[in-house]
Design a protein around this ligand. Structure first.
Ligand code: 6GU
Length: 287
């Protein structure tokens, strides 16, 4: 039995080697930029840039707000690789394909992955513009069979049944909170549970109420599949959601979720988010 989009260890190694032949940068930190948050990649110095369409086996970004470039370089002196634009299931790609970059990160030598996304707020205490440190996720598609690890397991990446109760690294979450306090960001820093849904339609009122009741503080269309694959192959994970809008939970509300609002809020907070992440990068220790 073979999945349609199955990438073997050798396929991933082929792409990683292809990239490493063209750049001297050996990243230990991998960053994935969410909707409207691609500015982080522009902070890298001595860039070597690949368009996704030129990278073997890579999907292409089809969403406005996602540039579609893999950027190597240094962030405050630390070697990094940055995905400027990510892939989503709603674009029609298989979850194997949207998570392939995580395995390539691993084979490039990445030890820590930092992911950002735009999300709708469900927690009543959250305001638009808040930044939520993700402490856990609810992977709705994954719980009914759309888990990125479905298919034969290659032990060179990780075990058949990986643990996910420690997916979001506690030390990195503490580090982020400390830095947020130093930068004076504590008023808009939150921590919570991220729920991923398939998209691309935004949630109905009943769906928003449902996931809120299930324990989610924010809802979005990405990140959890990448986190699962990153954890499977032993990388540390840190993830942030920018709350770009409040999910509609009330039948009297006149508010409507839309992608323009999502991108607009990103612009507003992007600089602070970039400073937070770049400061984290300088303080992450690797062995
Ligand atoms: Cl309200 N829902 C989902 N699923 N994704 C989002 C969002 C909402 N806002 C930004 N991304």
């Amino acid at each position: 039995f073979q999945l349609k989009d199955f990438y073997s260890y050798d396929d991933c190694k082929g792409t990683a080697d292809w990239l490493m032949a063209q750049t001297a940068v050996r990243p230990t930190i991998g960053i994935v930029c969410g909707s409207g948050l691609g500015g982080l990649a522009d902070m890298l110095k001595d860039q070597v840039v690949f368009n996704y369409k030129d990278i073997p086996d890579f999907p292409e970004s089809t969403v406005h707000g996602h540039a579609g470039r893999l950027v190597f370089g240094t962030l405050k002196g630390r070697p990094c690789v940055c995905m400027q634009g990510r892939f989503h299931q709603y674009e029609g790609y298989s979850i194997q394909k949207i998570t392939l970059p995580m395995r390539i990160f691993k084979l490039l030598g990445v030890q820590t992955v930092i992911l950002t996304n735009a999300a709708g707020g469900l927690n009543e205490d959250f305001k638009v513009g808040d930044v939520m440190i993700i402490k856990d996720h609810i992977n709705m598609p994954g719980m009914v069979g759309f888990n990125p690890l479905v298919g034969s397991n290659d032990n060179r990446f990780g075990v058949r049944f990986p643990c996910m109760s420690d997916a979001y690294d506690k030390e990195l979450r503490q580090l982020a909170m400390n830095i947020a306090q130093e930068l004076g960001y504590e008023d808009f820093m939150k921590e919570g549970v991220y729920c991923v849904v398939g998209g691309p339609s935004f949630e109905t009122i009943a769906e928003s109420r449902l996931v809120h009741r299930l324990g989610a503080d924010a809802v979005g269309m990405s990140t959890a599949p990448e986190v699962i694959v990153a954890r499977h192959c032993g990388m540390r994970v840190f993830a942030l959601s920018l709350i770009t809008n409040q999910s509609v939970m009330d039948y009297d509300s006149e508010e409507k979720a839309n992608h323009e609002e999502v991108l607009q809020t990103g612009k507003h907070r992007a600089e602070q988010l970039e400073r937070l992440v770049s400061t984290m990068v300088t303080r992450i220790e690797h062995n």
